[in-house]
Design a protein around this ligand. Sequence first.
Ligand code: KIV
Ligand code: ZN
Length: 386
Amino acid sequence: MKDQVIIFDTTLRDGEQALSASLTVKEKLQIAYALERLGIDVIEAGFPVSSPGDFESVQTIAKHIKNSRICALSRAVEKDIDVAAESLKAAESFRIHTFISTSTVHVQDKLRRSYDDVIAMGIAAVKRARKYTDDVEFSCEDAGRTPIDNLCRMVEAAIDAGATTINIPDTVGYTLPSEFGGIITQLFNRVPNIDKAIISVHCHDDLGMSVANSMAAIQAGARQVEGTINGLGERAGNCALEEIAMIIKTRQSLLGVHTNLKHDEIHRTSKMVSQLCNMPIQANKAIVGSNAFSHSSGIHQDGMLKNKNTYEIMTPNSIGLKNQALNLTSRSGRAAVKSHMDTLGYTEHEYDLDKLYTDFLSLADRKGQVFDYDLEALMHFSNLRD
Ligand code: KIV
Ligand code: ZN
């Protein structure tokens, strides 16, 4: 069994659905650059048929992001798939993601179709998407509540039609970890062509089990996890990818799998998403909450001073949480800006320090403190203007 877990980020699609005010195209591009830098394998950039703004965002992200695969969502409907393909044309590498509901309540009361019709629609959608790319993901919406015989039939048919990734969502966050892991095990045991596709999971957090369910699925053989930064998403949100990343890193010897993420980008990506989306992070949130690495009680502090292993299972440094010696404000000089850019790994060939410093000063006047991700955005947007 392959040991890489593919990380599929849907902050800009499923996550953005939760916001009262949509992100602008520029803000989405800024987040996409951060996701690329974090090492995300697949970025779901939007649902292009849903609005002209979404189409434009996917198109812009597809044009600028080179190191992550760009994905667009479509219902199992010809027009959606054609529009998704059109929006992705400029991408270096892309995926079309198509989905249909498979649970009894959705099939009977939402789609009002027979299950045979649903299977036929799923097959037709996968075949249509395969005309544009050989990277097609098919999702069985509400798989967590789908009778297992029906789910096996749908998955087998979608793989036969050419789907290369099969996604099993727990759309309403209903299942227990043992139950959800059991669904994945049953798929591996009962679907004859299962080895031809990567099995993916997409868990929602209505009962607070999205991360546990995703981990149970990985232990049962799933090799793609879908989620969002900070667990952003509809209702109680999606699986928090920073938690998945750090569980896999911290418990690697037990789990025997890895991701390609750059863990030290987690902190700043999380901050950026929280600020741009106007969604504060609770202080005790695992990994990225402001208290996640602070020790308050006397006994704990005493232990930490003697040996950090007493109460620390991962270091703040490992997620990129450093004590920033120089805060950037309108009083900072060019040297401070350059030093931050050096720390971020940019050389002066990649940006013009004079231009960056001018843009920095006008932003600092408006905003007060300027963060590293702001600097990066200024650099990208100034390069786009050239
Ligand atoms: O939660 C869900 O089922 C989804 C699908 C579209 C993948 O977001
Ligand atoms: Zn979802």
